[in-house]
Design a protein around this ligand. Structure first.
Ligand SMILES: Nc1nc2c(ncn2[C@@H]2O[C@H](COP(=O)(O)OP(=O)(O)OP(=O)(O)O)[C@@H](O)[C@H]2O)c(=O)[nH]1
Ligand SMILES: [Mg+2]
Length: 543
């Protein structure tokens, strides 16, 4: 098959182009002189650029017809990149005016990780003229991506291609090993934030994204912030800037781009059309973490449901963006019919999961009714993720709920009893943490957690006072509580991690917010909190 604009060509010309597929070069040769002659002759005859994609064995894999200024290289994602990051394919094309490589040529070289990008000039009589070629460079302090060479005449070119590529690959691998450990199985990500907010707001949100990435076991290589005048609806950021980022990401051997902003289905499509890198947005990253952490059946069903609902409108023919989250679903490159089947399968699965959830909800209701009959006051610990909720629950009730320096360490609710003197008891529940820009539908998906909160007589809103953004976090939690219609439940603000904050500051903050200070790591600090709880639930009893 000939790629590109074959309209207007005679069938004899198409046949001549098709015959190019049968030509071979030796692995040492950039291009045999025979083939160079045929290619340039045909190009002059058609007055169009012609291109060949040739593999390391010297076989022609694609023949491309362009116009008089450019060719469009077809999708090469079927050819995997090797250890060095090169694709094992070179692009050789004609330039009718013997012009040097264009910016687009160099961008294609880098975006597609080609072995070489070569332009052969075509003389007026159709003979090969000059030759320009470029190859990629390993990461370097100057930030240069490519190296260009030229010879006055194609036939002067003396290049042992096999030795040249071997040396290039060795060099790429060697420099790479100095900066990253290729045996590390973790995904390597570049974080991107594109927005019109203040730089500080973008940076704060991005550092949270970094924590989210760490919690998802992703290695972060680099981050990019862009504050454009106008947001590009197609790529979110400018197309040129995005290409630049992708090229740098490929040079650093990233496997993943993570956007701090949520991408529309169309944006996911355009961005994944530009690169084979996996593309995730903030919501997907959070969903991914949730998927790793859900342990109970309830949690698993709810996360899968939220994931499928997020993915359904975003499925593209290419599917690469979702392979990480969805495993088999939406695999690479299905045709339109396959895609329809996948969509139908997903819809069916969503229906089945929703039924399952209803069953689970009934079972939960029975459990809750049993507990309510015990008639003990219920206190729910809520708060921003990583605030120390689980640590506090553990310390208060001397239990062992998983607490970790990870975002969303807790997904499943845990319920414990807290005993006070004179046989008084409270039920304390730990809940999933909140976060800014919570993915749409995800909170709703955590109905189990929500129901626990609805039953609560008191919400302990735990705040990480040591976090520089604690005030924004308080606001975010309050906003989510209001959205969930939980603002009606009495709340007690608890400022945690005071061991990390200067005492005068703690005192001032507690006064300003009417909060109770604790350090979940130091049970000695619990007296004021316990006293408040006692007063609230058993006001008449002496403490
Ligand atoms: N220094 C200090 N660290 C604390 C304190 N409380 C909790 N931490 C640490 O903060 C991190 C998060 O604690 P968790 O209890 O897992 O927080 P969480 O609110 O349950 O977090 P998620 O379940 O992920 O939403 C852990 O590394 C704790 O050891 C504290 O009072 N002081
Ligand atoms: Mg927790």
């Amino acid at each position: 098959m000939i790629h590109g604009q074959t309209g207007g060509l005679k069938s004899s010309q198409i046949k001549a182009l098709e015959r190019l597929y049968q030509r071979r070069c030796s692995p040492q040769q950039l291009l045999s002189s025979d083939l160079a002659h045929s290619l340039c002759g045909l190009s002059r005859e058609l007055n169009r650029q012609l291109g060949l994609i040739i593999d390391r064995g010297g076989a022609v894999r694609h023949v491309i017809v362009g116009d008089d200024r450019q060719i469009l290289i077809p999708d090469l994602s079927g050819f995997a990149t090797g250890r060095s990051g090169l694709r094992g394919l070179r692009c050789i094309h004609t330039h009718l005016r013997d012009e040097p490589l264009s910016d687009d040529d160099l961008t294609d070289l880098a975006l597609l990780r080609l072995d070489l990008m070569v332009a052969i000039g075509v003389a007026a009589d159709g003979a090969p003229a000059g030759c320009h070629y470029a190859h990629l460079l390993p990461p370097n302090p100057q930030g240069r991506q490519v190296e260009q060479q030229q010879v006055r005449h194609f036939f002067q070119l003396q290049l042992d291609l096999r030795a040249f590529l071997q040396a290039l690959e060795d060099e790429l691998e060697r420099t790479l090993q100095q900066s990253i450990d290729l045996s590390d199985p973790r995904e390597r990500a570049i974080l991107l934030s594109v927005g019109k907010g203040s730089l500080k707001a973008l940076e704060d949100s991005l550092s949270e994204l970094r924590e989210l990435a760490r919690s998802a076991d992703v290695l972060v290589l680099d981050q990019v912030i862009q504050r454009p005048q106008r947001l590009n609806p197609r790529f979110l950021m400018g197309e040129g800037k995005l290409k630049e980022v992708v090229i740098r990401a490929l040079q650093q051997r990233a496997t993943l781009l993570i956007f701090d902003q949520d991408l529309s289905p169309n944006q996911v499509r355009s961005i994944t059309a530009l690169t084979d890198l996996k593309v995730l947005d903030r919501s997907q990253l959070i969903l991914d973490i949730f998927a790793r952490r859900a342990h109970t059946l309830d949690g698993k069903v709810q996360v899968e449901l939220a994931q499928l609902k997020y993915i359904l409108p975003r499925l593209t023919g290419k599917g690469t963006a979702f392979s990480r989250l969805m495993g088999g679903i939406g695999g690479r490159g299905p045709g339109e019919t396959k895609l329809e089947i996948d969509r139908r399968r997903i819809r069916e699965r969503i229906a089945r999961l929703e039924q399952r959830l209803q069953q689970l909800a009934r079972q939960r209701l029975q459990r809750r009714q049993k507990r309510q009959r015990a008639d003990l006051p219920i206190v729910s610990i809520v708060g921003y993720t990583n605030a120390g909720k689980s640590t506090l629950l553990n310390a208060l009730t001397r239990s062992a709920v998983r607490a970790e320096d990870l975002l969303f360490a807790t997904l499943d609710t845990a319920t414990r009893r807290l005993r006070f003197p004179s046989e008084r008891e409270l039920i304390v529940t730990d809940t999933v943490g909140f976060i800014r820009q919570l993915p749409e539908g995800l909170m709703g998906a955590f109905r189990a957690t929500l129901e626990e909160m609805e039953d609560a007589d008191l919400l302990l809103h735990v705040v990480d006072l040591a976090n520089p953004c604690f005030e924004e976090q308080i606001l975010a939690v309050e906003q989510i509580l209001a959205e969930l219609d939980l603002a009606r439940i009495p709340r007690l603000l608890v400022f945690n991690k005071i061991d990390l904050v200067a005492p005068v500051e703690v005192a001032a903050c507690c006064r300003r917010y009417g909060a109770v200070p604790v350090s979940a790591c130091e049970p000695d600090s619990f007296a004021p909190l316990l006293q408040q709880l006692q007063q609230r639930f058993w006001p008449t009893a002496a403490s």
